[in-house]
Design a protein around this ligand. Sequence first.
Ligand SMILES: [Zn+2]
Length: 423
Amino acid sequence: MTVVGLDEQARAAALENVPSCRSCGADGLKTFLQLGQMPLPDALLRADQVGGHEPRYPLDVAFCPSCSLVQILEEVEPEELFVDNYLYFSSFSEGLLRHSREHAFRLIEERELGPESLVVELASNDGYLLKNFVERGVPVLGIDPAPDQAEAAEAAGVPTLREFFGADVARRLVAEGRRADVIIANNVMAHTPELNSFVEGISILLADHGVATIENTYVKDLIDHTEFDTIYHEHFCYFSCTAVDELMRRHGLSLVRVEHFPALQGGTLRWWVARTDAIEESARAFLDAEKAERLTEFGYYEAFGERVEGIRTDLLELLRGLKQEGKTIAAYGAAAKGSTLINYVGIGRELVDFVVDRNVHKQGLHMPGTHLPIRDPAALLEDRPDYVLLLAWNYKDEVMAQQPEYLAGGGRFVVPVPSPAVV
Ligand SMILES: [Zn+2]
């Protein structure tokens, strides 16, 4: 087994404290990556907070040999992670808006949704997806605990329950006479510490002939492209189809269809789940391929840690080389993924002057851990850094398309994964 960055004694101690699987409850989780003590990835700091106490938590990643689920071992209270200072607004990404709109219109058509239907979205954020149904006269309910996002959703005509979703909330809604014809859960199942309660809730709330569509990044893409920076405390789990299938069956649901979006968030799957045995070819093909490619075995994950260390070494070498040539460097993307990358690699003010982000709520704040200041993307044209480290590499095409003037002026981007490169 490969455990990165620990001596034998510490490794033994770490393994003794390994909890049981978040999905199937089995013991014997096998650790394959340790990213060290990391600050909370979305805990951006105001100027007056810089230099104060910042909590840090270990970040270890393990594989469950029983159900194939990849998961982090540490638990941080969800209230701490998602409510205070949670500044992610879905509507800031044009690509995501387009993707969501297409999905909504397809669901309306395929499921023949109308004024008598109900579409429920879990982690509905600012209503970016549900408002497409509202436009077409389909009743919706958003569920999201983040207060600012829920307020924005309601302003857009999307009624929103300000809660974490689980079996209890589902039971209450059903008792009120509400069942969902469609449940949508995008980029939330990985964020759910109570995985079984979450899926049980879906099973309770879903009408007998309803369908749930669940999207999350695909663990195969994460591993194959060394996307280690998508690992952080908010992401408890990293799913394969095999792990999702096991999880759903435990709650009386079946994985019936799988779609792959290789360019979305570094590789996203959409799992269609229903109370039926009519499994479509796409689901069968993914499950077979995962078995054939051994995603169901620890060996598939074992060498990942060494590749992650390789990225750290190469990226530091690249950035230090540029500084030695007298170049200036900024970074793009003050999201959780960027925080993981700069904190794990160890990128501070000596290498990068500032980070830019389009989210106005983040501008003027500082990145966790390394305290890089966050500015408006207009700073790329004002200060003209020679290079921009693209922390938001998952939005590479979108970001580069938004910066024609910076690129025309000779500016270059550095993409950190799967291996650091100037583009
Ligand atoms: Zn398991």
